[in-house]
Design a protein around this ligand. Structure first.
Ligand code: ADP
Ligand code: MG
Length: 238
């Protein structure tokens, strides 16, 4: 069974169609990367999977259940954004535990989940700091930690590294790959960075103006792009 399926998903804003009928299967535990130029619909697709945006037609299935009318919190997913959206007045520990506590999770279980996430992300030493006392990379780790504590089946990342400098970006890319291995969960990751796509993905989905141009493993796309557009995005010489 696929972890996530899109069946002919359409998105319109008013009369303007921005996703024109996207179909895709994401296998359990797979790392899928959406690439494409700015405005091609990457974030919109992700937000529809997350339930932050209604779909205009088609079907989204997560864990075997049609979720078109299911609330974001009930979808078994967690999303990590490019802007970290941490609470500035809370400590790292409070940032990690806040969502769980709000959902009525008991204190002991919350503490277990928070310290596990902190271990995984190697931020245990930072638990009493506030966001302004953290580096960009550390903030990004806390943002990912907030997703981990929810034990999601599927992680969604929307250009999580694009605010970081080049060196940190490489470091965090390695961290995210490690995380995927360690957690063994499904990840859907949006980027316009070719290197991130080629190195992280089990499968790349190339988008262009609301259409899926090609889906394939990185090396297959590189060796056999359908067209010049795909070739350009995966760095193929053809
Ligand atoms: P990407 O993430 O690939 O840069 P987006 O998914 O953000 O692209 O946007 C896809 C298209 O949808 C763009 O043309 C964008 O202007 C449009 N769009 C996105 N959100 C809205 C919205 N809330 N209202 C109207 N148009 C939108
Ligand atoms: Mg976007």
């Amino acid at each position: 069974m696929a972890a996530v399926s899109l069946n002919n998903v359409v998105k319109k804003f008013g009369t303007m169609s921005v996703v024109h009928g996207a179909s895709l299967e994401v296998a359990d535990g797979e790392f899928v990367v959406f690439v494409g130029p700015s405005g091609c619909g990457k974030s919109t697709l992700l937000r529809m999977i997350a339930g932050l945006e209604d779909i205009s037609a088609g079907e989204i299935v997560i864990g075997g259940r049609v979720v078109n009318d299911v609330e974001p919190a009930e979808r078994g997913i967690a999303m990590v954004f490019q802007s970290y959206a941490l609470y500035p007045h809370m400590t790292v520990e409070q940032n990690l535990s806040f969502g769980l506590r709000m959902n009525g999770n008991d204190k002991a279980d919350t503490q277990r989940r928070v310290s596990r996430a902190a271990d995984i992300l190697r931020i245990s030493e930072l638990m009493h700091r506030r966001p302004r006392q953290l580096s960009g990379g550390q903030r990004q780790r806390v943002a990912i930690g907030r997703a981990i504590v929810r034990n999601p089946q599927v992680f969604l990342f929307d250009e999580p590294l694009s605010n970081l400098d080049a060196e940190l970006r490489v470091q965090m890319r390695v961290e995210i790959a490690r995380l995927h291995k360690e957690l063994g969960v499904t990840m859907i990751y949006v980027t316009h960075d070719q290197t991130e796509a080629m190195t992280l993905a089990d499968k790349i989905v190339v988008l262009r103006a609301g259409n899926i141009e090609q889906i394939g493993r990185p090396l297959d796309l590189y060796d056999d792009p359908n067209n010049q557009f795909v070739a350009g995005f995966v760095g193929s010489p053809r």
